[in-house]
Ligand binder design. Structure first.
Ligand code: URA
Length: 238
């Protein structure tokens, strides 16, 4: 692995600014392989060198994984000339934010769980059609489904939403709110949930993603807020 500057390494791993790192290197005991270092420009090998601050090891995080509760009104893209993107929401305290990519896509008006990571292999695996990763949504529609039991069967069988192939079996459930339904799908076709409800005779008014695979949206995360995934949550994705 390529060598990187000590100050850049600490900034990235600890998510602190380079100027804070400068201060830490000046005032605290920063060691590389047990030798105190006062010069942030020293080059280190992230996988092999042991970096400590006052004896605490800085564990090398190869990738970062963030759960965002996407608000409505932002686009799922890394860059956009006119619209605010999900990456624009992430503050500069996430030093590696420019390397992040969204895992899949939510429409501009859809809210809820969106993962952001710089782990390209995991991103690819989660999105691969072969992986059949389940995604559970809460949809609020304009009117109750006329025949709920028939709609459940149709979703289970697969719906013709105008694509070459019918949708894969999906699970439709009643939610506890007025005109609310849970729909769990294992694909990620363009506007899939909205198109499925249209075939069932209703228009989606509000859509929120609640989970992806075994990873469930943190109920304490308000819309527009984000946090790092815990080690346990990262394992759920693998
Ligand atoms: N299905 C949709 O129709 N929209 C989304 O944002 C996600 C799934």
């Amino acid at each position: 692995m390529a060598k990187i500057r000590l100050d850049k390494y600490i900034a990235e791993q600890e998510d602190i600014t380079r100027s804070k790192v400068k201060d830490i290197i000046k005032r605290r005991n920063v060691c590389v392989n047990n030798i105190t270092i006062r010069d942030g420009s020293v080059k280190i090998e992230p996988c092999d060198d042991k970096v400590t601050i006052d004896g605490k090891v800085i564990v090398y995080k190869k990738f970062i994984y963030i759960m965002l509760n996407k608000p409505a009104g932002v686009v799922t893209a890394t860059k956009d000339n006119t619209e605010k993107t999900v990456i624009d929401i992430i503050g500069d305290e996430i030093i590696r934010k420019k390397a992040l990519s969204p895992v899949g896509r939510l429409d501009k008006d859809t809210t809820g769980m969106l993962l952001l990571t710089d782990d390209g292999a995991l991103n690819h695996r989660l999105l691969s059609p072969k992986s059949h990763v389940s995604k559970k949504y809460l949809a609020v529609v304009d009117k109750p489904l006329a025949d709920f039991d028939a709609a459940v069967s149709l979703c289970r069988q697969g719906l013709n939403i105008g694509d070459e192939k019918d949708t894969l079996p999906a699970l439709l459930q009643q939610a506890e709110i007025r005109n609310g339904y849970y729909l769990t799908i294992t694909e990620g076709r363009y506007h899939q949930v909205k198109r499925m409800f249209r075939v069932l005779g209703a228009e989606v008014i509000k859509l929120k993603r609640l989970s992806m695979g075994r990873l469930v949206m943190d109920k304490n995360l308000q819309e527009g807020m984000y946090r790092y995934l815990t080690e346990e949550e990262i394992d759920l994705l693998k």
